[in-house]
Design a protein. Structure first.
Length: 255
């Protein structure tokens, strides 16, 4: 889903887990779903993330692109680990990140904001970035205490999939079921997701953040539940920011 690599997100799912996913796909549920409504805060909370590597000879190279959610007025952005790193290896994170914010439904994203890594977890596939500056009208979306959606509940997804071009893409769907993979719970949804949607924002009908688009399998998207991510975010949101000063300076000069 991070647009730099085909099936990037699936690199963290074992063959046994994929087999289990096949077995747990639920048939369509009866009943009429509630119509999801696009919440205006989703536009200003969902960010495009462009990841850069700083080479030993001083070149700054864009390597990957994904999505994230601004969740704190201080500039904390939650995303997937596979958006911020090349692999699960501890020292394999990208060096600096550019953030782009969409502030209205029809505007192009406003780029030029830099961020650095705070923490990441390969097993949960979650990471935290810290923006060094923010637009004045960016909106932080709380992650704590949000309810778990129910079967057939309506969802709205905000993200930057590769197929959506450079602007924010808003898709709607329903909760198709739930699945546990490697001890982690995911929401299954028929809402459209694609490479680049990773780390985006899934909200319920009242605009509460309920899931993080993490991977797709066949025609279903899989969202990490916020309940799964919440304890880890609480434990690591105050970790020291890992600033690669040379990479940050190079990106600021380019922007």
């Amino acid at each position: 889903m991070a647009r730099s690599r085909t099936l990037r997100a699936l690199s963290f799912i074992s063959l046994a887990t994929l087999t289990a996913l096949f077995a747990t796909l639920l048939p369509g549920l009866s009943g009429t779903p509630r119509q999801a409504k696009a919440d205006p805060t989703g536009f200003a909370s969902t960010v495009k993330i462009i990841a850069y590597k700083y080479t030993s000879n001083g070149y700054l190279l864009a390597f990957s692109q994904g999505s994230g959610t601004l969740t704190d007025s201080s500039g904390l952005v939650v995303t997937n680990n596979h958006v911020v790193s090349e692999s699960a290896e501890e020292d394999d994170a990208y060096d600096v990140f550019e953030l782009c914010f969409t502030l209205t439904a029809t505007s192009a994203p406003q780029c030029g904001y830099t961020a650095s890594l705070v923490a990441r977890d390969a097993n949960l596939d979650v990471a935290i970035l810290k923006a060094h500056s923010l637009p004045t009208n960016g909106v932080a979306l709380p992650y704590k205490g949000n309810p778990k959606p129910g079967l057939n509940d309506a969802l709205t997804l905000y993200s930057y999939p590769a197929t959506g071009g450079e602007t924010l893409t808003v898709t709607q769907g329903n909760v198709s079921g739930f699945v546990e993979a490697d001890g982690i719970e995911y929401i299954k949804t028929d809402a459209y997701v694609d490479y680049g949607s990773s780390g985006g924002t899934a909200v319920n009908v009242t605009g509460q953040w309920v899931g993080i688009p993490t991977f797709k399998f066949s025609d279903l998207g899989y969202l990490l539940t916020i309940q799964e991510a919440e304890p880890w975010i609480d434990a690591h949101k105050n970790d020291a920011v890992q600033v690669n000063q040379a990479a940050k300076t190079a990106l600021e000069h380019r922007l």
